[in-house]
Write a new protein. Structure first.
Length: 667
């Protein structure tokens, strides 16, 4: 047990510099895990930071925010402004991609302290002769630290305070704002306290924050039923995808598919001779992760598809799945990269009770992991050389955190425009850790959040708890693996509801098509989220332009997103009260509140619902004393709403939502 005497005898007298530093800096925001990880921003945004900065005693303090692009050697200083209760705020712009650093400095400000005390004494009609001499001394000290014109002006000011015979002129000079500010620009640097950490900002391009994804199996793009599609066939789909307003076309793995233990239709372990297998069973005699499935085309065909997609405003995203089919070249060339079972066979992938006999996972803990990790990184660099800049990463939570931190940093140091989407449906803390490690966007639990309370609680967590500093959600109502019970049972209206929610709750969202726009909703079996006749295991041929397709609605939603900056960010998301639990209302505004969008959705796919929404008009920048315009961008019509409480009625069979642009009448 430590005694009081032990504690006292072990306490050291502080070093001289620390002894002179009287300012404390704490409670910094944003700061992720005490500065262990960077916050995320997009080029062109402004980083707003706050901190508690204070000193002992009654002296005033000054503080500044320091920031720099990591490639620049010099810091830029920005004055911070008090918010009250020793809280200070500052901001700085991030104009380029890559890393920025920021930190804080604070110091006791004797000039401002002197000026404040002088004003009080003047208001009390006290004699201030000594105070003016004290001020002169402080200004002389500042002048000795200055140079050039600044020093000359400060020496003149100090001399006036000491020697001017007219008391009123001396008092007036003492209070000149321009000279006070000049003196404060030359503080005693020996007394400055620097925050002990340099915090990081990772800055991405805009698509990291705002994007609309469309997932498409290129092998199903053939116009002829039963024929394996090619990249040339896929080119014919580009106008269709672009017409719906998507800007990212995501392709599942495009590599050769293993033949050993190939899965048949609906994941059968007994495939037929014509079964095409799962694209995620990567690798065969024709090659592995750096090869193209021969029935899709050649690497030249792929580059041509990239260029054609770009001409339609589409950027290609590729699936990055670090796993191998049993006949992948890696298995024969590098058996040390895989885990052996006691019988000598290689361990295939399992998620009990599910078994994936057609997939061998890598052993990331192998004693040869350096060679393995280098090779896996080289796969990304290979596809970057072909022109790919977006990767959707399959199951990253089953690989080591250290691998992702190292790989993503290494890639983005060379190519800061590359984006990574984390497909990790796992425990929340694991998903959050992956985002901190560098993933640009993340899948979420959105697909399984259906009620008003579930949606409100979850999205408040994503946007108001600090998670928003490092995780950018990408909302998917369906994927080839996920056909939720809501979509299975709710019919076409359920797809409409989930579309509006995904596209307006999130600045980034995606759909697995054409299954989504055609409202495909038949499960493999009751209680399963797998599709019957899953496209993961067979070719599909669909009629795209039937009367029931949601294509027009999707195009309209994406047009609304492009035209309204409020929907292109997540940080402003706020929920508003409704008196009906089946109606959810939320809003987004842009930074200057010139664009305000309120969304009201009927969450019941079967019944009409009505009720009152109670808007927080202050959040929306609306005049609470009068009426305002509510233009329905989705259903058409213009309404005049009065005050915060207004009536809505939504029928799911026709259109289950309002997307309202709100404006003051004088706007």
């Amino acid at each position: 047990m430590t005694s009081v005497q032990d504690v006292r005898s072990s306490t050291r007298i502080p070093e001289q510099a620390a002894e002179r530093s009287r300012v404390a800096i704490e409670a910094v925001r944003p700061e992720v895990d005490c500065g262990r990880f960077p916050i995320k921003r997009v080029a062109g945004e402004t980083v707003v930071v706050e901190a508690d900065i204070f000193a002992d005693g009654h002296d005033h303090i000054a503080c500044q925010l320091l920031y720099r692009w990591e490639q620049e050697p010099e810091w830029t200083a920005v004055q911070m402004h008090p918010l009250g209760n020793d809280r200070w705020r500052g901001e700085f712009p991030v104009s380029g991609m890559g890393r920025y650093r920021y930190t804080f400095e604070g110091w006791v400000d004797p000039i401002d302290t002197w000026r404040s005390d002088l004003l009080k004494r003047l208001d009390a009609a006290q004699d201030v002769e000594v105070d003016l001499l004290i001020g002169a001394s402080l200004i002389e000290q500042a002048a000795s630290r200055a140079s050039g014109e600044d020093a000359e002006r400060l020496w003149e000011w100090a001399s006036l305070l000491r020697h001017e015979g007219d008391p009123e002129r001396r008092k007036a000079a003492a209070l000149r704002e321009d000279l006070i500010e000049l003196a404060r620009r030359h503080p005693d640097r020996q007394s400055v306290t620097r925050y002990e950490k340099e915090l990081l900002v990772w800055v991405d391009r805009e698509k990291a924050r705002f994007s609309a994804w469309y997932e498409l199996f290129p092998r199903s793009c053939s116009p002829e039923p039963g024929r394996h599609g090619t990249f040339r066939d896929c080119e014919a789909w580009l106008p269709y995808v672009a017409s719906m307003g998507f800007d990212v076309l995501y392709l599942p793995p495009i590599h050769p598919i293993g033949r050993a233990f190939r899965k048949g239709r609906d994941n059968s372990i007994l495939p037929g001779p014509e079964d095409v297998g799962s694209p995620w069973a990567i690798g065969a005699a024709e090659g592995g992760h750096k090869s193209i499935h021969p029935q899709l085309g050649t690497i030249e065909d792929f580059r041509r598809l990239l260029a054609k997609a770009k001409s339609h405003g589409l950027e290609m995203a590729l699936d990055l799945a670090y796993q191998c089919a049993p006949d992948h070249p890696y298995v024969g060339e590098h058996p040390e990269w895989f885990r052996k079972r006691p019988d000598g066979s290689i361990q295939y992938a399992e998620n009990p009770p599910k078994k994936y006999q057609d997939i061998f996972p890598f052993d990331f803990g192998t004693s040869h992991r350096r060679e393995l990790w280098d090779e896996l990184k080289s796969i990304i660099l290979f596809w970057i050389e072909q022109g790919v800049r977006i990767f959707r990463v399959d199951n990253p939570h089953t690989k080591p955190f250290a691998f992702w931190e190292w790989t993503i940093a290494a890639v983005k140091d060379q190519h800061p425009d590359v984006l990574f989407l984390s497909e990790a449906f796992t425990r929340p803390k694991v998903m959050y850790r992956l985002a901190k490690l560098g993933f640009s966007q993340s899948y979420t639990y959105f697909a399984w959040r259906n009620t008003k309370q579930e949606l409100t609680d979850y999205f408040r967590e994503l946007t108001e708890s600090g998670v928003e500093e490092y995780l950018r959600p990408n909302l998917w109502p369906n994927t080839p693996d996920i056909l939720t019970a809501f979509l299975q049972t709710g019919g076409r209206s359920a797809f409409m509801i989930r579309l509006v929610l995904a596209a307006t709750l999130g600045a980034s969202y995606g759909i697995y098509g054409p299954a989504f726009e055609l409202s495909e909703n038949v499960p493999a079996e009751q209680g399963s989220e797998e599709y019957l006749n899953s496209e993961k295991y067979e070719l599909k041929h669909r009629e795209l332009f039937g009367a029931g397709s949601l294509r027009p609605l999707i195009a309209q939603i994406n047009h609304i997103r492009r035209e309204n900056p409020a929907l292109q960010r997540d940080r402003s998301l706020r929920f508003h009260e409704t008196d009906n639990p089946m109606l959810i209302c939320y809003s987004k505004v842009n930074e200057d509140r010139s664009n305000a969008i309120a969304v009201v959705v009927n969450l019941d796919p079967f019944h009409k619902h009505s009720g009152f929404v109670n808007l927080d008009l202050g959040v929306l920048g609306l005049d609470s004393s009068g009426s305002f315009q509510a233009q329905d961008l989705l259903g058409g019509g213009n309404y005049v709403w009065q005050g915060s409480r207004n009536y809505v009625e939504l029928t799911p069979g026709s259109l289950p939502a309002h997307v309202l642009r709100l404006r003051n009448h004088y706007a």
